[in-house]
Design a protein around this ligand. Structure first.
Ligand code: NAP
Length: 233
């Protein structure tokens, strides 16, 4: 397997942190990013204590200067980005219903889960194009699947449905460029977001992301994966 340069958003805790750990163990170059520099450096120290060597960049997806700074850093240090893992996300409408939710909650959620991903992805595509290779992995959710759509959590659901649509649109626009764009659902995972009653470990939640990140050119694009298999949108 070829060593890859991988950037993971929202990687100071949860699934993103575990993705960094597993990718480092496979000898990939991993850029752990966090919106908070102190929390990010704590996460880096934890991995260093295990003998791993992550790189670090501060990246709040809603801050344009951070997004530009991250691109500048990756460009100067590596001159390529093989894999972008759009992992960071928020879930702030757990007990809410669409019939009376404050639209501001939907806007705040979209700002991170959709527009944040869009901005970061748009920034890094030219670098992937220059290197004629890339894999954009969008961490979505079953809650965003139209085929399984149900009531409640409207902001989170809509943000992940929009992310799924973006996955398909980008995959179509990047066809023939050797840049693959896929979405995946990690399942219900024991993290701060998933809660500690969730039925999956963080290792299991990270597994399919790491598998996707390790794929070479010619792999599928425009698919929605769970447990290393395509699922319905
Ligand atoms: N856990 C689950 O059951 C589950 C299920 C389906 C999908 N997912 C998806 O998996 C991904 C990771 O979830 P998780 O369970 O690991 O969540 P988590 O433990 O809550 O971690 C979320 C991460 O996103 C970061 N973040 C939030 N806003 C950000 C911003 N504006 N810019 C950069 N980073 C930001 C957080 O940073 P701070 O520490 O600074 O807050 C944190 O590092 C998310 O996209 C989530 O929607 C999770």
């Amino acid at each position: 397997m070829q060593e890859k340069v991988v950037l993971v958003t929202g990687a100071n805790r949860g699934i993103g942190f575990e993705v960094c750990r597993q990718l480092l163990k496979l000898d990939h170059k991993v850029i752990l990013t966090s919106r908070n520099a102190d929390k990010g450096m704590d996460a880096v120290s934890k991995l260093e204590n295990e003998g791993l060597k992550p790189d670090f960049v501060k990246l709040d997806m809603t801050e344009d200067s951070d997004v530009s700074g991250a691109l500048r850093y990756v460009h100067e240090r590596y001159d390529r980005l093989d894999v972008l893992v759009n992992n960071a996300g928020i879930f702030i409408d757990r007990d809410r219903e669409a019939i009376n939710i404050d639209p501001e909650v939907i806007k705040r959620t979209l700002d991170v889960n959709f527009f944040g991903v869009l901005k970061v992805t748009q920034k890094f595509i030219p670098l992937m194009k220059k290197n004629k290779f890339g894999h954009i992995i969008n961490i979505s959710s079953n809650l965003g699947a139209l085929s399984k759509m149900a009531g409640n959590q409207p902001a989170y659901r809509i943000s992940k449905t929009a992310l799924n649509a973006l996955t398909l649109i980008l995959a179509a626009e990047l066809k023939g460029s050797n840049i693959m764009v896929n979405a995946m659902s990690p399942g219900w995972v024991r993290t701060d977001m998933g809660g500690y009653n969730a039925n999956r470990s963080v290792e299991k939640g990270a597994e399919t992301i790491v598998w996707l990140a390790s794929q070479e050119r010619g792999f599928a694009s425009g698919r929605f994966f769970m447990d290393k298999k395509p699922i319905e949108w």
